[in-house]
Design a protein around this ligand. Structure first.
Ligand code: 5GP
Ligand code: ZN
Length: 108
């Protein structure tokens, strides 16, 4: 499958991870819309949020989102968590945007 996030997960494309475990990888967005803009991505290919069939995956993703809010210093500071879907997304491999330290509402 020609999926860029699968290639990153499979290490076909080298990428420095901010965080990685068995199921989840986190790396900076290539085109950040605020000083903090990172992507929390399941390694397994899931096209979008509505296609998740394992509730444990939600748990794993959002535990890492919480961890990233803490480690990027965004606890108690303005931030936004966003997931595009239904064709609004550019990349058809589920990813959660964590955006912070914005001066105004940054676009996802
Ligand atoms: P979407 O619109 O699918 O929710 O967002 C895709 C995001 O992935 C965009 O914010 C875009 O800047 C980012 N992106 C696209 N290609 C790459 C890439 O090759 N590497 C990284 N790190 N981010 C990417
Ligand atoms: Zn994929």
């Amino acid at each position: 499958m020609n999926c860029i996030f699968c290639k990153i997960a499979n290490k076909e494309i080298p990428k420095e991870f901010i965080y990685e475990d068995e199921d989840i990888m986190v790396f900076p967005d290539i085109n950040p819309s605020a000083p903090v803009h990172i992507l929390i991505v399941p390694k397994k290919h899931v096209p979008e949020m509505i296609a998740v069939d394992d509730p444990i995956l939600f748990q794993k993703i959002f535990q890492v989102v919480q961890k990233m809010i803490k480690t990027t210093g965004l606890t108690g500071k303005p931030h936004r968590i966003g997931i595009n879907g239904g064709g609004l997304q550019d990349i058809d491999h589920l990813h959660v945007h964590l955006i912070g330290q914005m001066s105004r509402k940054a676009e996802l």
